[in-house]
Design a protein around this ligand. Structure first.
Ligand SMILES: [Zn+2]
Length: 298
């Protein structure tokens, strides 16, 4: 009885062992199978899965969009460069047109000096702009300010004769008195600037306009003078202490639509607003495309 009980006990243990082992092996296989499934899902997900396809397709579309954007940018840049080069060419051809025509010329002229203060200020402004002007000087004023006359000359500006006295009654009485005054003025200029100094530029005091002055004008031409009047004013002799606005307005209305302009200004010490508006006048001339020259460059 004891022996059979022991055998049953051993048998039961064996059966239990086999059962547990079998269950263990089964479970292990199940895990492996599950692992294989997961792997296949992963493979599917990354390779053939329709969602993955869609993502891939989207990626392709995105990269295509980026490529076309890059292309568009490149085309735009090319067009911009093309336009720039066309613009440069146009600008160059415009420049050459302006150079060829050279049709707008302005002459800055200052009368009745040289004065000790304002002429010097005007010379400084002209230096700043690197432009030259023509000074129609009086003999009487040159005697008072010979250094200023020398400075005008040294800086390379043109000097014209405006007579000695600027006394209308005296000089326009007859041709003899007129040329007496002109010769006196010329002699003062030669005394200061040297005998070799010679100018044929002549501006009649008050201008050469009117019938009364025409015989004197004719004689002047016969004597070889270049009689120079003006066709533009800034109005600095039209009233006492004119405002800057008045001068600019007069300049704007008198030079409008004119290609060759001779501008009448005054460099006496009383004409402070002339000095004040001069930079603005030069700015306007340059902006409007005028070349600023001196009268003996003609
Ligand atoms: Zn004058």
């Amino acid at each position: 009885m004891k022996k059979s009980l022991r055998a049953v006990f051993i048998f039961t243990i064996l059966i239990t062992f086999v059962l547990i082992s079998t269950m263990f092996i089964y479970n292990k296989n199940k895990v492996v199978a599950q692992a294989i499934d997961v792997q296949s899902i992963i493979v599917l997900y990354f390779d053939e899965n329709p969602i993955n396809k869609e993502i891939n397709d989207k990626k392709i579309v995105k990269s295509q969009i980026l490529a076309s954007k890059a292309q568009k940018i490149a085309i735009n840049e090319y067009n911009v460069k093309l336009q720039e080069s066309k613009f440069d060419e146009a600008a160059k051809s415009n420049e050459s047109k302006i150079d060829n025509k050279n049709d707008k010329v302005a002459y800055l002229t200052f009368d009745d000096g040289p004065s000790s203060v304002n002429t010097m200020k005007i010379l400084e402004i002209l230096d700043e702009y690197d432009v030259k002007a023509t000074f129609f000087v009086l003999g009487s004023m040159s005697e008072k300010n010979p250094e200023v006359l020398l400075t005008i000359h040294d800086k390379g500006h043109s000097i014209g004769n405006h007579g000695y006295s600027h006394n209308y009654k005296k000089i326009y009485d007859n041709s003899d008195s007129f040329f007496k005054d002109i010769d006196r003025g010329e002699n003062v200029l030669k005394d200061i600037l040297g005998e070799e100094f010679n100018t044929k530029l002549l501006r009649f005091p008050g201008g050469s306009f009117g019938k009364k002055k025409s015989p004197m004008k004719e004689l002047s031409k016969q004597k070889g003078y270049n009689v120079v009047d003006w066709n533009v004013v800034i109005g600095d002799a039209e009233k006492k202490n004119p405002s800057k606005e008045y001068l600019i307005n007069r300049f704007m209305e008198t030079h409008k639509n004119k290609k060759n302009i001779i501008i009448l200004m005054h460099d006496t010490d009383a004409k402070n607003s002339t000095v004040e508006v001069l930079p603005q006048i030069i700015d306007i001339l340059l902006f409007e495309g005028y070349t600023i020259k001196t009268l003996d460059e003609e």
